[in-house]
Design a protein around this ligand. Structure first.
Ligand code: TYC
Length: 107
């Protein structure tokens, strides 16, 4: 019984380093896209209302989108990102603005 080969001699300590193999859930960038028709003030309201961004930061991000074509407005879990995109698209559609918002998996 105690001589069986897989029981060891009782005084050997095996230390295994824990290497986490569970992956962190992927995160998603929410992007706001430029267009020629959505009023600047509307975009600022969207950034304040749905992303909790303060007024001066919202103006800055809106101007970045206006000049560069798009900007990342936040990084969220898949579910939260999906909700933000849906909220922005619905709010824009209801106000008859063509503002586009999309999400993209972070690398
Ligand atoms: N380009 C728009 C304008 O000149 C403003 C704008 C900014 C639109 C950001 C969309 O995501 C956007 N009225």
């Amino acid at each position: 019984m105690s001589d069986s080969p897989d029981e060891g001699d009782g005084d050997t300590v095996v230390v295994t380093k824990t290497r986490p193999k569970t992956q962190k859930p992927p995160m998603y960038k929410v992007l706001l896209l430029n267009d020629d028709y959505t009023p600047m003030e509307f975009v600022v309201v969207v950034l304040e209302k749905f992303f909790g961004i303060n007024h001066s930061q919202a103006v800055e991000i809106m101007l970045t989108v206006h000049k560069k074509g798009m900007a990342v407005v936040g990084v969220f879990s898949h579910e939260i990102a999906e909700t933000k995109v849906a909220q922005v698209m619905d709010f824009s559609r209801r106000h008859q603005h063509p503002l586009q918002c999309t999400m993209e998996k972070e690398d």
